[in-house]
Ligand binder design. Structure first.
Ligand code: 2BA
Length: 109
């Protein structure tokens, strides 16, 4: 069994979750925040059998899109940044950041 941890953009999360339900893949949604942009994203925990991992990765690829986002110096500056990043910076976000982990045990009581 594997645990897939997928960090996706909020804009893609509803469609992806719908596709997971349709495919009978079970998922838990966590509200998360990117360390760099400090804006909201969605982390999905999906436990599944090894044989379904490729199917799952395909669904994630289909539903998660790359977008460009500009981080402005005003929103990035705080007491700890000490002048870091004085100009707006454009970054490409996503489609998805995915970790595939081996599951030692799975219990469902
Ligand atoms: P954020 O940390 O908010 O990062 C958003 C985007 O900013 C990243 O897109 C990347 O293009 C850029 N970025 C991140 N750190 C940077 C840096 N130090 N310098 C320049 N640009 C930087 P993605 O790579 O697609 O990541 C999207 C989100 O996935 C991240 O949001 C974070 O929440 C998560 N993520 C990405 N890599 C991760 C990792 N190795 N471990 C845990 N979470 C990760």
């Amino acid at each position: 069994m594997k645990l897939i941890v997928a960090v996706v953009q909020d804009k893609d999360s509803a469609n992806l979750q719908q596709a997971l339900v349709a495919a009978k893949l079970h998922a838990t949604k966590l509200a998360s925040t990117g360390g760099f942009l400090r804006s909201g994203n969605t982390t999905l925990l999906i436990g599944t059998e090894d044989r379904r991992v490729d199917e799952l990765l395909d669904l994630i690829k289909q539903h998660c899109h790359t977008r460009n986002q500009v981080i402005s110096p005003i929103s990035s500056l705080d007491a700890n940044t000490d002048g870091y990043m004085m100009h707006p910076v454009e970054v490409e976000v996503g489609g998805a950041t995915v970790f595939v982990l081996d599951v030692d045990q799975f219990k469902h009581f």
